[in-house]
Design a protein around this ligand. Structure first.
Ligand code: NAG
Ligand code: NAG
Ligand code: NAG
Length: 409
């Protein structure tokens, strides 16, 4: 419900920000009175994260007095408002930070961000900040600061604002849901013009992430394990030969095709948002794709069932196949951590896995029951899953050898 509400609010802000130029019109920030009776001539309702920026720009000495308000905050949050003079990105952002420090006092300081692993260490910014202070009351953190723009620089910048949790007294990375990824835009202090870049593009990026997630969970995470189960558990039924083979191939080939589409969307997402902690996810994804592609091509090189190398081919096929499935499951959890910090979809996928696992367990027991029973009935039938070869009594190419040759294509 909470997530639904956020999505509705986000969509609402998105529509508002697209259809109302934020430089004019009635804004709720213009009605706000500061406890210290400061007056700011310009203000901006930031489109996400319940934040507001108020400022006075002094053209003569290029200084800006700023009051940044971030509401719906707790004392265990950190709050940041920043300018990035060089890029539309987190790295390079020159931050004003406010948080409750170990003495339990509100502490405001500056912090330049040089990498994605930042813990917002204190440090000087690329422009002067002669004054910075903060106050916290009623769930609202307000940062008051004066900044001096370097002479000759433009008055237009990328602004980025954020909040996140404190672990002890150390800021940890902000959540990565839609609002937190859309909290940037451009601001021109002289004209008062702002553009909510993040909110305008964040919606489509989020949609792309969801498409990527659904394609990959369905293909790699659900169809491929089902395809493996079809092969393993249908084989035991004489009447399912050769149907199991075609079902297995059809399932894995469609999983592969959908999976490649999902993989492609992932590469695109990765190149669109460099640096978001996704190296592991990306590397596992590339490995999975390579192994699965090998698996598809190996199908073409498959020796005949009675060929002496067929046993090695089978071992290879199982090893690669199971590796791909294990890597897929691991990578889906990696991806869900990036996509869904609230864990709802993660729990849903765990449910699917438990269902598949339980089904596999029952079928595994049933398969062994059938195989052992047949073994009791037929002395020559020594191997599980090798029960269907009519001409030589079913003793085929080793364990799980698929001793049926009627299906060979
Ligand atoms: C601003 O405040 C006045 C009175 O305090 C109120 O009538 C008006 O509706 C408010 N405007 C906005 C945009 O909140
Ligand atoms: C800049 O100018 C404004 C008014 O023009 C003044 O109030 C302010 O103190 C000046 N700031 C600095 C740092 O000189
Ligand atoms: C906490 O912040 C206050 C206000 O900035 C500062 O005076 C104090 O030294 C800080 N305490 C610690 C332990 O950093």
């Amino acid at each position: 419900m909470d997530k639904f509400f956020k999505i509705v609010m986000f969509a609402f802000f998105l529509i508002i920000s697209l259809f109302t130029p934020s430089s004019y019109g009635q804004r709720s920030c213009s009605n706000y009175t500061f406890t210290n009776n400061n007056i700011y001539t310009t203000c901006n309702d930031l489109p996400v994260l319940n934040s507001f920026l108020h400022w006075n720009y002094h053209q003569t000495n290029r200084t800006i007095d700023i009051a940044y308000r971030h509401t719906s905050i707790t004392p265990s949050n950190w709050v940041v408002w920043s300018l990035n003079p060089n890029a539309r990105a987190m790295v390079g952002a020159q931050c004003l930070v406010a948080l409750h420090n170990s003495s339990g006092l509100v502490h405001a300081y500056t912090s330049p961000i040089s990498n994605y692993e930042t813990t917002l260490q204190e440090g000087p910014l690329s422009f002067r900040v002669p004054r910075i202070a903060a106050e916290f009351s009623g769930g609202q953190m307000t940062i008051y600061a004066t900044i001096e723009l370097p002479s000759g620089s433009s008055t237009s910048f990328t602004q980025v604002w954020q909040h996140g949790d404190l672990s002890g007294n150390t800021p940890v990375i902000h959540p990565r849901d839609a609002g937190h990824l859309a909290s940037f835009g451009t601001i021109d202090f002289a004209s008062g013009l702002t553009v909510d870049t993040g909110a305008a593009t964040g919606g489509s990026r989020n949609r792309k992430r969801n498409v990527h997630g659904v394609l990959n969970v369905v293909s790699w995470g659900i169809l491929m394990p089902i395809g493996a189960m079809l092969a393993r558990y249908l084989k035991v039924f004489k009447s399912a030969n050769p149907a199991w083979f075609y079902l297995h191939v059809a399932c894995q080939v469609s999983a592969y095709i959908v999976g490649v589409a999902g993989w492609g969307t992932g590469l695109k997402l990765g190149s669109d948002s460099p640096g978001i902690e996704q190296t592991t996810h990306r590397n596992i994804g590339i490995t999975m794709f390579t192994l699965a592609t090998l698996q598809v091509f190996a199908l073409l090189l498959r020796p005949k069932p009675d060929h002496k190398y067929r046993m090695y081919w089978n071992m290879y096929h199982y090893a690669i196949g199971y590796s791909v499935i294990i890597l897929s499951i691991i990578n889906i959890f990696e991806g869900l951590d990036i996509l869904d910090p609230e864990k709802k979809w993660k729990n849903a996928y765990i449910g699917v896995l438990i269902f598949l696992g339980a089904t596999a367990l029952v079928l595994e027991a049933f398969t062994w029951f059938v195989v052992l029973k047949r073994k009791g009935n037929s002395a020559s039938d020594k191997y599980p899953h090798s029960v269907a070869n009519g001409t030589n009594g079913g003793v085929a190419n080793g364990i799980n050898g698929g001793g049926s040759n009627g299906y060979d294509v």
